[in-house]
Write a protein that binds this ligand. Sequence first.
Ligand code: CO8
Length: 268
Amino acid sequence: MIMSENVQAPSKYENLAVKQDDSVLYVTLNRPDTRNALDGKTLRELDQVFTAVEMDEEIRVIVIQSTGGKSFAAGADIKQLHERTALEALIPGMQGLYSKIENCPKVTIAAITGYALGGGCELAMACDIRMATKSAKFGLPELNLGIIPGAGGTQRLARMVGKGRALDMIITGKLIDGEEAERIGLVTYFVEKESLQEEIEKVISNILKKGPVALQLAKLAVHKGYDLDMGTALWLEKLSQAVVFGTEDKKEGTLAFLEKRNANFIHK
Ligand code: CO8
């Protein structure tokens, strides 16, 4: 098994708390005094985590959550944005990191309580699944600052909730709560605050029963296929299916069904 290097060594991160629980990695945004504003250091640390987990076969699900209860993440650090030049805004930065998170071979879950604004909302949108409580408040208020959502917000939000609702949220900067976010398709699961962890674990337990290679390729086919023309996207699906048909796990998964037992997948 290929293991990543020190993915959760405590001394490695200042603005994140990273904890592994078997095949699940919990990544906690930990700058509550700033409502978990995403400064350069936090983004670099997130990048380190996602680089490290890519090669770690043991980790299958990553949960991004926050401390403090008031805020998942209040967006990019506005103090740092104030100093940023036009040319500096051209580097991959937060947008590049979020593409890396979307392309991560592991399943990603954002657990949202409190504010998910600007780059915080965009971080949640880069994950595969969003679980939110009533206290969650989603919004893209960048226009208040004289800038636009620049970490995928203009594109991912429109793809998730439709162009009309995305334009409304971006142009008015209005905030919506977890329940409304679920109604319009921005949130995958709306849950009670008290049962958030339990609901996360239920979803994870379901995911962990699936063939790991199939999970990875299903995720890729949806994300990558979404922006392609139908014919090319279906071809991508076909090729992905051909790859999983060549795995031991496909033999095991189908045999387990026929033998009326649980499958024992080996990631091969
Ligand atoms: N950046 C820096 N500091 C912040 C941020 C932030 N995004 N959000 C909150 N803080 C700080 C506050 O300045 C305050 O600091 P201090 O205690 O030193 O005064 C502390 O956190 C607590 O904040 P509040 O007192 O305002 O707390 P409230 O609970 O009253 O309000 C809110 C919480 C609603 C989250 C409020 O703080 C707020 O509106 N924050 C800003 C939200 C925002 O505009 N986010 C969008 C940022 S822009 C962005 O994300 C762009 C992403 C793409 C960038 C691409 C670049 C190329």
